[in-house]
Design a protein around this ligand. Structure first.
Ligand SMILES: Cc1ncc(COP(=O)(O)O)c(C=O)c1O
Length: 428
């Protein structure tokens, strides 16, 4: 047996120094919503500071409750939730989701066009794993919800970004999109209503995206997890209803609309020219089988969630808590010297602009500081955690994201604190 040697080449008789190295592809992805700033926030909390966590859209953490009937549905079926279930999900849940699609005008949708997963998060990964060959490209909005980029990379693909810039109210720049296509492009990701910007795309925009995807034989991956969270009567047009002749996979779930993040239930629905996607759907089923089944107790809440009264409607209507929270952030941004805000039309976030950075970027001057510097200072000085805009695969350093979930007064105060910190950082 050969002799062990230490790093200096000398014989070593004790325990070898060694370390388990993670796969290098992990270095290529990031998820700063729960990254280094969040870690620092937890350290400050451990020192006894009270932290206002505006980094995650987690309704239950801000006192929002899952509708009671959903809880009942889980409790009453808990005994039936002990075995593994069918890999694609339980029938009543899949059928309820298919019926929702039928109500939207997609009359052909059947339960077997639906797969249920452990949150949309799992299905994003699974749908890309079933699709991508090494080097395949996926068109992703910038800014994005960074799970999409990470999942593309982890599955051997390459994210290619199409800009959704603030001067278009965060709607996609269709010309830039057209120039991003290559022979390796396989899919178009559309996040609507959008996280992080709060944009809700017009029907014309969605139609143009659908036409583009069809012309280039791309599958549309439509992330609509915020589909019922829209303000001021903004219409959320389901992508599947405008995909004509192409293939669409729509993602939805219980986390946001039904305030049940912890249930870990999401779904994906195949629509459009489903015959062209038969092999792909079988690949998804195979991957679903490999992980046996999705969370069983949570699946029993789906049918109850989707039928009957939709309590999210009151939360987003004038006078509702989310509406008031959004208004509070808009008013506070209006009153601020240092911030501006494109009013979010949907979802659970605001994505304000730091005016001084924006101006410097436009004039191609050196930045006074970056979005990251601001988020760090805000955390250290005011114990408020936000996510820098550049964490969303956005080249622009003038933005940050905060969630609209806290009480309106708390948000008003927090935006005031942000204005104060920015004033200090700018030496005003
Ligand atoms: C746009 C978007 N897609 C997907 C997800 C993941 O949701 P889930 O809880 O269903 O995994 C989120 C969560 O914040 C999201 O914002």
């Amino acid at each position: 047996m050969s002799e062990a040697h230490n790093k200096m080449g000398l014989p070593y008789h004790g325990q070898m120094e060694w370390s388990i190295q993670p796969a290098s592809r992990i270095d290529a992805v990031s998820y700063e919503i729960r990254g280094t700033l969040a870690k620092r926030a937890r350290e400050l909390e451990a020192l006894g500071h009270e932290i206002l966590y505006l980094n995650i859209g987690n309704p239950g953490a801000f006192g929002f409750r899952t509708p009671e009937t959903m809880r009942q549905a889980v409790i009453r079926n808990l005994q039936r939730a002990e075995p593994y279930g069918f890999q694609m999900g339980i029938f009543p849940a899949r059928e309820a989701i298919a019926m929702q699609f039928q109500d939207r005008g997609l009359k052909e949708t059947r339960y077997d066009d639906v797969v249920i997963g452990n949150g949309v998060s799992e299905l994003v990964d699974l749908s890309l794993r079933a699709l991508l060959e090494p080097g395949d490209e996926v068109l992703i909005p910038s800014p994005d919800y960074p799970l999409w980029s990470a999942s593309v990379v982890l599955n051997g693909g390459r994210p290619v970004y199409y800009p959704c810039p603030p001067d278009r109210d965060f709607e996609p720049d269709l010309e830039a999109l057209a120039s991003a296509i290559t022979p390796k492009t396989r899919a178009l990701v559309v996040i609507n209503p959008n996280n992080p910007t709060g944009a809700v795309y017009s029907k014309e925009t969605l139609k143009a995206l659908a036409e583009f995807a069809k012309a280039h034989q791309l599958i549309v991956l439509a992330d609509e997890i915020y589909d019922r969270i829209a303000y001021e009567n903004t219409d959320v047009v389901p992508m599947a209803t405008v995909v004509d002749g192409g293939v669409c996979l729509t993602f939805g779930g219980l986390s946001k609309v039904y305030r049940a993040c912890g249930y870990r239930i999401g779904w994906a629905v195949l629509s459009g020219a489903t015959d062209s996607a038969k092999d792909y759907w079988e690949a998804i089923e195979k991957l679903a089988a490999l992980r046996l089944s999705a969370n069983m107790p949570g699946q029993w809440a789906v049918q109850t969630a989707l039928g009957g009264h939709q309590s999210i409607a009151e939360l987003v209507a004038p006078g509702g808590r989310l509406h008031l929270a959004r208004q509070a952030v808009m008013d506070a941004a209006d009153a601020s010297n240092e911030l501006s805000l494109i009013a979010p039309k949907g979802a659970l976030y605001a994505f304000p602009t730091i005016k001084a950075i924006d101006q410097a970027e436009r004039e191609k001057r050196p930045l006074p500081f970056t979005d990251q510097d601001f988020a760090e200072t805000l955390l250290e000085e005011k114990h408020i955690l936000v996510v820098p805009g550049s964490s969303f695969n956005f080249q622009n350093h003038a933005h940050f994201r905060l969630t609209l979930l806290p009480e309106p007064d708390q948000l008003r105060e927090a935006v005031g604190a942000m204005d104060e910190v920015l004033g200090q950082m700018l030496g005003r």
